[in-house]
Design a protein around this ligand. Structure first.
Ligand SMILES: *[C@@H]1O[C@H](CO)[C@@H](O)[C@H](O)[C@H]1NC(C)=O
Ligand SMILES: *[C@@H]1O[C@H](CO)[C@@H](O)[C@H](O)[C@H]1NC(C)=O
Length: 344
């Protein structure tokens, strides 16, 4: 009897334990986030939705400046997909399944500075991306189908986006697209592309370029065809990254005839330089005016505040005067005298 009771208790305990274990598993599953969460990063308010297996951007709080929607299952960006989030500055959409982007998908994102569309299957880029007035950083690497349309991309030049970093790595590009003059460009990643040519003019139009990643991209190009661009890099200087520099350090490369730098390179380079100077001028001009306007606004606010304090002070004074009847000392003594007289 005692034994059977004991075993019953044991089974019960065991069952409970199994239940508890099941529960913790369920709990563990439930605790992996399924919803976006909000946080501050780089002094900005943002929504973090990465890795949630979402195929749609859920309704998010307004006013976000960062949206991390990487590693999800988004396939299309339509004109209304992002239209409610006009304050976004940093947008991360890498590692989705994006193949289609509407012409005006980013039209409302007038503050967008960084756009990461890497590791998708984008078929065609809307040219409007290159006309976004705040866009400085654009990641398009790891889009294996992009090359189909990038070659004959019809862009209005000069483009309006102030690009500083452009990543076109691993996009199966055979030749580099022509973006025209990019006066603020400093880093160009074109690694892991089967390039068949490397036109120096691409780089002369980027007069502030300091770094270009060419890893595994120029092995198919004959040595002497590289000479002009490499000379250009060495002269500027532009730091270029390769996996293996031995080809360029070979006697064979040395023996290639030194090409004469054509006039066209000079022209595009100088156009780029003057565009850059113009941008710097506008920036300084804006900064100056901003400072002046800021100082003026500060002064005005201070002045208005002073007026307000003086006004408050005056109002308080008149109120005080109204409450306590005017103390004419002579009248008071008279009143007291009368009172005293009455009493006596
Ligand atoms: C350029 O892109 C490749 C492939 O996406 C990446 O591995 C590499 O780190 C990038 N280069 C730099 C200097 O960031
Ligand atoms: C290119 O421009 C520089 C000065 O801006 C000049 O000295 C040089 O001769 C030019 N080269 C050609 C080929 O026009």
């Amino acid at each position: 009897m005692y034994r059977s009771r004991c075993s019953v208790t044991l089974t019960l305990l065991l069952a409970l334990w199994v239940r508890a274990k099941d529960l913790t598993d369920i709990e563990a599953l439930a605790s992996t986030p399924t919803r976006c969460h909000y946080m501050y990063a780089y002094d900005m308010y943002g929504a973090h939705c990465a890795g949630l297996r979402l195929s749609k951007i859920p309704s998010l709080r307004g006013g976000i400046e960062i949206l991390d929607f990487s590693d999800n299952r988004l396939q299309e960006i339509q004109s209304d997909t992002l239209s409610s989030y006009t304050s976004i500055k940093l947008l991360y959409l890498s590692e989705n399944q994006i193949y289609s982007i509407d012409k005006d998908a980013f039209a409302y994102l007038t503050n967008l500075e960084t756009l990461d569309l890497s590791k998708n299957v984008i078929l065609e880029l809307p040219e409007s991306i290159f006309q976004m007035r705040s866009l400085r950083i654009l990641y398009l690497g790891g889009n294996p189908l992009l090359h189909l349309k990038l070659d004959n991309l019809d862009i209005k030049k000069p483009i309006k986006a102030p690009l500083e970093i452009l990543d076109l790595s691993d996009c199966k590009l055979k030749s580099l697209p022509d973006f025209g003059i990019l006066p603020q460009m400093s880093f160009y990643n074109i690694s892991y592309n089967p390039l068949t040519s490397l036109d120096a003019r691409t780089f002369s139009s980027m007069c502030k370029l300091s770094n270009v990643d060419l890893t595994e991209s120029i092995d198919k190009i004959s040595l002497c065809d590289l000479k002009m661009t490499i000379s250009w890099f060495r002269e500027q200087p532009v730091h270029f990254q390769l996996k293996d520099y031995s080809r360029l350090n070979s006697r064979e490369f040395e023996a290639c005839p030194e090409p004469e730098i054509p006039q066209s390179l000079n022209i595009s380079y100088h156009q780029c330089r003057s565009a850059y100077t113009e941008i710097q001028k506008v920036k300084t001009y804006r900064r100056t005016w901003f400072t002046i306007a800021g100082g003026l606004a500060g002064f005005l606010i201070g002045f208005v505040l002073l007026l307000y304090i003086m006004h408050r002070h005056n109002v308080a004074q008149t109120k005080k005067l109204k409450k306590t009847p005017p103390k004419s000392t002579s009248g008071d003594t008279n009143a007291t005298a009368i009172l005293l007289n009455d009493l006596s």
